[in-house]
Design a protein around this ligand. Structure first.
Ligand code: HEC
Length: 148
């Protein structure tokens, strides 16, 4: 395929999926983002087991960290306007402070990206040292934006 044509198709896909998401049912949007959070949590807990030496699967550190990083990148689009009512623990203040909320999501993207590159460099010990910072970044956001 000509590069120009693939760029056009790529842009159309992005535009289409963006508009499709904004028309999604808000209950589904809420369920979907809670699934993202649960997946983030599962990768995070798995990395803690690996780094504590309780699970010996050296080749699985990387996909767990990549999973965490990929999911964290989805956070800013997971909280569209009009998804603040229904069965959610998301606080109203997210939409009043979207820039700060996105900054807190970005902190997790950066930290999990750092985990990925440390693992790629075989620096498992530094990964273990960084995990408490990852936990702290979850708490920093939950403290302000998630109902207890
Ligand atoms: C940028 C903000 C932010 C960050 C960073 C963040 N969370 Fe969350 N989290 C939320 C919000 C908001 C909710 C409530 C979502 C809802 O109910 O709609 C939530 C919900 C959850 C839930 C409950 C999901 C469910 O089943 O309802 C878990 C578990 C969770 N987060 C774990 C984590 C972990 C672990 C981390 C860090 C590795 C993390 N979160 C990082 C904002 C964040």
């Amino acid at each position: 395929m000509k590069p120009f044509l693939s760029i056009i198709i790529f842009c159309c896909t992005i535009c289409f999926s963006y508009s499709a998401f904004s028309e999604d049912d808000s209950e589904d949007v809420i369920k979907y983002r809670q699934n993202i959070m649960k997946t983030i949590s599962a990768h995070h807990k798995s990395l803690k087991l690996l780094s504590a030496g309780r699970i010996t699967q050296p080749e699985q550190w990387l996909p767990q960290a990549q999973g965490l990083n990929n999911m964290a990148k989805m956070l800013p689009t997971a909280f569209p306007e009009e998804s603040d009512f229904g069965d959610t623990d998301a606080k109203e203040s997210i939409w009043e402070n979207k820039a700060d909320f996105n900054k807190k999501a970005d902190a997790l993207v950066k930290l999990s990206g750092k985990l990925v590159s440390l693992i790629e460099q075989d620096e498992q010990k530094q990964v273990s040292e960084l995990l408490p910072e990852v936990s702290q970044s979850c708490k920093n956001c939950h403290r302000d934006y998630r109902e207890k």
